[in-house]
Design a protein around this ligand. Structure first.
Ligand SMILES: CC(C)=CCNc1ncnc2c1ncn2[C@@H]1O[C@H](COP(=O)(O)O)[C@@H](O)[C@H]1O
Length: 229
């Protein structure tokens, strides 16, 4: 990839090879982390009264792809159902869902993340917060969303999906609907979870019911609305 690569706050925090001076600074860094929580809670507190759904999906599903069209339609349907749409504020499926929400005058939120290559939050958000730390941002997704719709994606999408699943499985959050959208994309993963992971005893078969898999956006939205905590 061409462009200026910046060292991010996450990288500073996680790099254990740095000098003694850096190691000592890591302790002070906790204040910066704290301030990021404060900023996030303060900015997003206006969402406390709304029913919000987090939408995850690939940063690479650009305009013109079937996934972008699907994400935009999902954003529209969530807004029509009265839900605020919260995404990672990036391009691709995130932008599509934010844009769809705005198409229907719904509330559209972007929780952006600092990345080595500058990109900025997409142009379709009404409320945005930019985070330096992935883990702080993940807390915000969980705190302000009452359910998740997951479009096809890559590692980032998997990370967010499995974070949510783990929290539900371990009863850290209560009623928390999760819908995987796209049976062709998700089918192989779900088969593997059942035929390999559950079969090996690493999850229970009941854990497979913590999410639905569908191609029907109305079913996904209905699952969010009727099962929100
Ligand atoms: C073109 C490109 C790589 C841009 C990256 N820009 C991003 N901006 C905001 N959130 C992101 C970005 N990349 C990954 N994420 C996070 O990880 C998920 C997507 O990652 P992935 O594309 O599935 O793995 C999103 O739901 C988002 O929360």
């Amino acid at each position: 990839m061409v462009g200026r690569r910046k060292v991010t706050a996450d990288e500073h925090l996680l790099d254990s090879q740095r000098s003694e001076e850096w190691k000592q600074r890591a302790a002070w860094r906790s204040l910066r982390i704290l301030s990021e929580f404060v900023d996030g809670f303060e900015t997003l507190s206006e969402l406390d009264q709304t029913q919000a759904v987090g939408v995850f999906g690939s940063a690479r599903s650009g305009e013109g792809t079937p996934e972008y069209t699907l994400g935009r339609e999902l954003g529209r349907k969530l807004a029509e159902a009265g839900c605020t749409v919260i995404t990672g504020g990036g391009p691709g499926a995130m932008e599509a869902a934010n844009r769809g929400a705005q198409d229907r005058d719904g509330m559209s939120v972007g929780l952006g993340i600092e990345l080595p290559f500058e990109q900025g939050i997409n142009a379709y958000t009404d409320l945005e917060v930019d985070f330096r730390y992935f883990f702080v941002r993940k807390v915000m997704f969980l705190k302000y969303s009452q359910g998740f719709c997951v479009l096809p994606g890559g590692y980032g999408t998997m990370d967010e999906l499995f974070e949510a699943l783990t929290l539900v499985q371990t009863n850290k959050v209560g009623k928390f609907p999760i819908a995987l959208i796209g049976t062709e994309f998700w089918g192989g993963l779900v088969d593997w979870l059942r035929d390999t992971m559950a079969k090996a005893g690493n999850i229970s078969y009941a854990d497979l019911d913590l999410m639905i898999v569908t191609d029907d956006l109305d079913e996904a939205v209905d699952h969010m609305v009727s099962n929100c905590k």
